[in-house]
Design a protein around this ligand. Structure first.
Ligand code: NI
Length: 174
C-alpha cells in the first residue's frame, strides 16, 4: 500500500464532478481503495473521497464508530466501522437538519459550521461490487454527506454558515 497525496483546492480535480466507477474488480481500483484507507488512517481522518487524492472517480472510504458521539466519556467506545462506497447515492434524507462543526483533509487548518440532514440512507456498491444500503444518523450521516459532496466537487466551505481557523485536533477531518 502507498500513501497518496491529499490535494487542496488549488488542484482543479477537487472541484470536478467525478465519473462513475465502471469496473469494481479492476486491479488499479482495488489498489486505490487500499491506498485511500491507509491515507485516511494516516491523516488521520474519518473519511476520504477519491477526488481528494486527485482521482476523479465516485469512490469514498469512511471509518467511524457509529454512535460514539452520544456516549459518556467513560463509556466503552463502540467498534470502528469501515465503509467503502462506490457510486454512492443518497436515496433518503431526514427533514430534520442538524448544525455541526466539520473539517476537511483538503482544507487543513479550518473548520466550519454546516447544516446537514440528521439521517440519510445511502445506496452504493461495496468493494466486491455488491449493492449495499446503509442507514446513517448523527455524525455518520454527516460524514456520508460530506464525502458524497466531494464526488460532486462540493466542499464544506460552500455550505458553511461560518468558517474559522482551527487546530487539526478540534474537529473530525473528512
Ligand atoms: Ni473533505
Amino acid at each position: 500500500m502507498t500513501l497518496r497525496t491529499i490535494i487542496t483546492p488549488d488542484n482543479p480535480v477537487l472541484r470536478k464532478k467525478a465519473h462513475a466507477v465502471k469496473d469494481v474488480a479492476d486491479a488499479a481500483l482495488q489498489r486505490l481503495i487500499d491506498d485511500m484507507i491507509e491515507t485516511m488512517r494516516a491523516a488521520p481522518g474519518v473519511g476520504l473521497a477519491a477526488p481528494q487524492v486527485a482521482v476523479s472517480q465516485r469512490l469514498a472510504v469512511i471509518e467511524y464508530a457509529p454512535g460514539s458521539e452520544d456516549l459518556p466519556e467513560d463509556a466503552e467506545p463502540p467498534a470502528l466501522k469501515l465503509f467503502v462506497l462506490i457510486n454512492p447515492e443518497i436515496t433518503q434524507r431526514s427533514e430534520a437538519l442538524v448544525d455541526g462543526a466539520e473539517g476537511c483533509l483538503s482544507i487543513p487548518g479550518y473548520a466550519g459550521n454546516v447544516l446537514r440532514h440528521q439521517a440519510v440512507t445511502v445506496r452504493a456498491l461495496n468493494r466486491k461490487g455488491r449493492p449495499v444500503k446503509i442507514k446513517a444518523t448523527g455524525w455518520l450521516a454527516r460524514i456520508f454527506q460530506h464525502e458524497i459532496d466531494h464526488l460532486d466537487g462540493v466542499l464544506f466551505i460552500d455550505r458553511a454558515s461560518k468558517v474559522w481557523k482551527a487546530k487539526d485536533s478540534e474537529v473530525l477531518a473528512e
